[in-house]
Write a protein that binds this ligand. Structure first.
Ligand code: GLY
Ligand code: MN
Ligand code: MN
Length: 430
């Protein structure tokens, strides 16, 4: 069982959610809210289901990621009612609820049936969840304005959530260290993945996302999803982006390691890490997250110059002409919580110069974000640059050499505090 401090923070968390939800329901004219945990859809033309991970609002209240066909009812002035699905089933194991103190804050029921619990006197009822599961449920389904307001209740993490995210980081770091050692010992991507799972004691299907494990040029595919079972003749680089789910909460951590003898690539990794440290230090209340993204492009420009990859262009020209975008094509990060790309990051669309940015808000205490700059050698993005009018500024020989190392990403999970920030990933590494 987790320590008593965490368990008592969880009781506070439930109380805080009750207050936040009551206010949202009141503001939107509802008396009660029914939340579906969700269920894995069966694959088309098959009798197998997709892997299940629960619906965000249900996880926010309970942290129970693997429980299908459960329902949670929230009403003003009542304990939340948690109805768990417990079928008689000799094919599958019944998931057990750990007997923990937070359950006393709920009215708990068990049902053999998948249907929502039959309830009276709910007044104006809203129901949220996967529409496929709501067909027979009365009430207003997924009203947009209410759903947006509920998403907003997840933006400022409670002390309990931050403690869970910190622990998810500690677990992930154990996996990252083991993965790095396996890479340096010559392991294949497949073996590195097994090593990570063994160290984190979490199967990949239960992790927040499938691990991204790229050796050599595979490190240049942003969400590389195949694992070579054979190690390459020479292991030049490893990019591993992998997290752990703990009590519903996700870590999302990336590390890049240069192989033995890869001095130039190793220097670039160090340079990007120095930039990443500076970007993490920018995290503070009142800072526009888009500014951190823009500062990343300036830092990438300086790094491209210092590494001799690009010459004869100022940092400003490299940014305005799209050179940095070719090397760093994604956003600097996103919110993190019970979903790896947590909700409510974009109340307005991303700006034109940052189309893939998932978070465009001013930072406030309690928000948790990732900071994940990258520098990649992606043929489809670099070829237009090399064959275009700026081609003469590119160091083709060096780009070609480093293309075999794929790319670099370094990603930490950072909490905005009252006075600055707390880097959960570096804390876990210390
Ligand atoms: N692991 C996916 C991401 O970093 O956003
Ligand atoms: Mn991320
Ligand atoms: Mn990641």
């Amino acid at each position: 069982m987790p320590d008593t401090n965490l368990l008592s923070l969880q009781i506070d968390h439930v109380g805080i959610l009750q207050g936040r939800y009551e206010e949202v329901l009141e503001n939107h004219g509802y008396d009660s809210l029914l939340i579906s945990s969700g269920a894995a859809p069966v694959r088309y033309g098959d009798d197998q289901s997709w892997q299940f991970q629960g619906y965000g609002p249900f996880l926010h209240w309970t942290g129970l990621a693997g429980f299908e066909h459960a329902w949670l009812l929230i009403r003003k002035g009542h304990k939340p009612l948690l109805s768990m699905h417990q079928p008689v089933d000799f094919w599958h194991a019944s998931l057990e609820l750990a007997q923990e103190p937070w359950l006393a804050e709920f009215e708990l029921r068990f049902s053999e049936h998948r249907a929502a619990p039959a309830l009276d006197s709910l007044g104006q009822l809203a129901v949220i969840g996967d529409p496929l599961l709501l067909a027979d449920v009365s009430g207003e389904h997924n009203p947009g304005a209410l759903c947006d307001a509920i998403d907003e209740t997840r933006v400022h993490k409670t002390a309990y959530e931050i403690a869970c995210l910190a622990h998810a980081n500690r677990l992930a770091i154990a996996g990252h260290h083991a993965a790095r050692d396996a890479f340096l010992a010559g392991a294949s991507e497949f073996e590195i993945n097994l090593t990570y799972q063994r160290a984190t004691q979490q199967r990949e299907a239960d992790a927040p996302y499938h691990s991204i494990i790229g050796v050599n040029e595979h490190a240049g595919t942003l969400h590389y999803q195949c694992y070579d079972a054979a190690a390459p003749d020479k292991s030049r680089s490893l990019l591993i982006d992998a997290g752990v789910r703990y009590r519903g909460y996700c870590s999302d951590v990336t590390r890049t390691t240069a192989g033995v003898g890869e001095g130039r690539f190793g220097a670039l990794v160090q340079g990007l890490e120095q930039l990443q440290f500076r970007l993490c230090k920018m995290v503070a209340p009142g800072v526009d997250y888009v500014d951190i993204h823009r500062r990343t492009h300036q830092g990438i420009a300086a790094l491209l110059s210092a590494a001799g990859l690009v010459s004869g262009l100022s940092d400003e020209e490299m940014v305005s002409e799209g050179v940095t975008r070719a090397f760093f094509p994604h956003g600097i990060g996103h919110f993190l919580g019970v979903q790896v790309h947590d909700v409510a990051g974009k109340p307005v669309p991303s700006p034109a110069d940052a189309p893939f940015l998932r978070l465009v808000r001013t930072l406030e205490p309690g928000m948790v974000v990732t900071i994940e700059p990258g520098l990649y050698f992606i043929p489809s993005l670099l070829e237009p640059l090399l064959s275009g009018p700026l081609g003469e500024h590119m160091n083709r020989a060096l780009i070609k050499e480093l293309q075999g190392c794929g790319g670099i990403r370094i990603e930490d999970n950072v909490v905005v505090t009252d006075s600055g920030s707390r880097n959960l990933t570096r804390e876990a590494e210390a």
